[in-house]
Design a protein around this ligand. Structure first.
Ligand SMILES: [Zn+2]
Length: 205
């Protein structure tokens, strides 16, 4: 039987580099979602081997962080004060979809299943409630659709928002239950997302 040197295998998977700057770079990648130590190392080596690629990436990150801000109205990411969706007169203003992040807006937009407006509700705060109330008044929205990742907290959030918007007499609905509990929108395929939006269920008043 061939002798396996586990020590050398381990060394290959987790190479050691004594440069503090290198380790910091690796750590920065490893802090990102879905990036493990191995991938972080590979990315760091790739960038150090290709300076043009590395500097372009650094430049793009800096530009994105400096110039992309939350839309003043809905919280979506935008280079302008108002995002493209809020400034688009052709959107159906009767429909307002409440999501938890700008990423969810991107996913719903890519799926093409919704042509109304969005509002990002990512924390329970009076300030955000006020913003949402103003948004609904300004756009005269009629139906509010919750497109939240289904968890125990999402039910509490729906209840909270409904209570705060009682006086608007809106129709409340949430995307259909085809989406499994705890699975975020980014992990749902477009067909399921279409169905979930088309067969959204009315929330009992
Ligand atoms: Zn907006």
């Amino acid at each position: 039987m061939a002798f396996i040197n586990f020590k050398s295998i381990r060394k290959k998977i987790v190479p050691h580099n004594s440069s503090e700057k290198f380790n910091e770079l690796v750590q920065s990648f490893a802090n990102l979602p879905s990036i493990g130590k191995k991938t972080a190392l590979r990315l760091a080596y790739t960038l150090l081997e290709n300076h043009t690629l590395a500097l372009k990436l650094a430049h793009n990150i800096e530009n994105a962080v400096r110039f992309i801000k939350p839309c003043q109205k809905c919280g979506n990411l935008s280079e302008n004060e108002l995002c493209e969706i809020c400034s688009d007169e052709n959107r159906d203003k009767n429909l307002l979809c409440v999501v938890q992040s700008a990423k969810d807006i991107l996913i719903l937009e890519e799926s093409g299943s919704f042509d109304g407006l969005y509002f990002i509700f990512d924390e329970i705060s009076d300030e955000l409630v006020l913003k949402l109330r103003n948004f609904i008044s300004e756009n005269a929205c009629k139906e509010l659709i919750f497109a939240l990742t289904h968890t125990i907290n999402s039910d509490a959030l729906i209840f909270f928002i409904e209570e705060k918007l009682k006086d608007f007499h809106l129709h409340f609905s949430k995307i259909a239950q085809g989406i499994p509990s705890g699975v975020s929108l980014e992990n749902v395929d477009f067909i399921s997302l279409h169905k979930a939006m088309a067969f959204r269920t009315k929330i009992k008043e």
